[in-house]
Design a protein around this ligand. Structure first.
Ligand code: ASP
Length: 337
């Protein structure tokens, strides 16, 4: 009989309305689950639910919370067949991406799920999200961090939140879903990462100074310079289209060049939901490549940011980090050149 460990970190799924707005409520989710016979039936895998304290709206999460989740999974790794992380949807794509890098040699499924409407409400999407996540975690040996919501099983580090109100809250614009979930659950084996050799290891995250900046028409050299002030170590630059930025502003480019020389790792990610960066396509992209900005190809900004934190935590030199940002480490990007 398969067993699943549930790490319950917070999110709408277990929230209660207080004074007109939703906030997590201690003990409430397990109370509701206990009152639902389908969670105790023979068809549902047996599970242990560990409620975190305090429960968090995921907008309040930080890298320390990713660390706590990763270590919790590692501490229970040998006793369970799969793991479900109940999490708010707001920063779920960041946590899923971070865990994918931090959990080295992961060979069991880790599924993040949550809901748009609390479990306790009549039209809640929580019941299906949770039951299907439990079934997948218990029965399919997927060696990856995934995200499950509303019939979509996505690779965690390819996912992004695309709707604040729809049940189809996440998309994986540059990689197909890992399963078709309908009457049957059809996991696409050929899309999964290879099962690693060796035991699970958890990366210890360090205090790292990284940031993301979305380019906009009219951005000035002084404001970019402020953004890149010490102690910044890495920047995800969200550029236009296929990785383009103004090539007619020498001052702006020189701010980037000087930061790169100082050892700041600057990664080019597109603002487009779908498609890849190619700095060879346009003169406006060449300009970035020439000052030492590296391509993130088709990585999501969420995965790029968490990958930078992970790589800096390994104490690597900036040039090694630049190289690794261009490599596919956990299925997070498709290098094109
Ligand atoms: N604000 C909530 C959270 O991210 C939203 C949700 O769970 O859907 O925790």
């Amino acid at each position: 009989m398969s067993r699943v460990y549930i790490a319950y970190t917070g999110g709408t799924i277990g929230m209660k309305k207080r004074g007109g707005s939703y906030a997590p409520a201690e003990g409430y989710l397990s109370e509701r689950l206990a009152a639902m016979p389908e969670f105790a039936g023979d068809a549902t895998p047996s599970y242990t639910l560990h409620e975190y304290s305090p429960l968090l709206d995921s907008s309040n999460m930080r890298p320390q919370n990713w660390q706590a989740i990763a270590e919790d999974i590692a501490a229970n790794y040998d006793d369970y067949d799969g793991f479900v992380v109940i999490h708010g949807t707001d920063t779920m794509a960041y946590t899923a991406s971070a865990l994918s890098f931090m959990l080295e040699n992961l060979s069991k499924p880790v599924l993040l799920t949550g809901s748009q409407i609390p479990l306790a409400e009549v039209r809640s999407d929580a019941r299906e999200n949770l039951i299907t996540s439990l079934l997948i975690a218990a029965n399919y040996p997927i060696p990856e961090v995934c995200l499950y919501l509303n019939g979509s099983l996505l690779r965690g580090n390819r996912s992004t939140k695309v709707s604040s109100s729809g049940f189809e809250a996440f998309a994986s614009p540059n990689f197909p879903p890992l399963a078709e979930v309908g009457v049957d659950i059809d996991v696409k084996e050929r899309l999964l990462l290879a099962k690693p050799g060796g035991g699970l290891e958890v990366c210890k995250l360090k205090e790292v100074q990284v940031a993301a900046l979305r380019l906009f028409p009219g951005i000035t050299a002084p404001s970019l310079e402020n953004f890149l002030l010490e102690p910044i170590q890495g920047l995800i630059l969200e550029t236009y289209g296929a990785g383009n930025a103004p090539s007619n502003d020498a001052a702006l480019l020189s701010v980037l060049a000087r930061a790169v020389e100082r050892g700041v790792v600057i990664v080019n990610c597109t603002q487009c939901l779908q498609g890849s960066v190619d700095m060879g396509d346009y003169a406006t992209g060449n300009a970035l490549r020439d000052v030492g900005v590296v391509s993130g190809y088709d990585i999501t900004p969420e995965a790029a940011l968490t990958k930078l934190i992970y790589l800096f935590s390994l104490n690597l030199e900036p040039n090694v980090i630049r190289q690794k940002m261009r490599e596919n480490l956990r299925g997070e990007l498709t290098p094109t050149v």
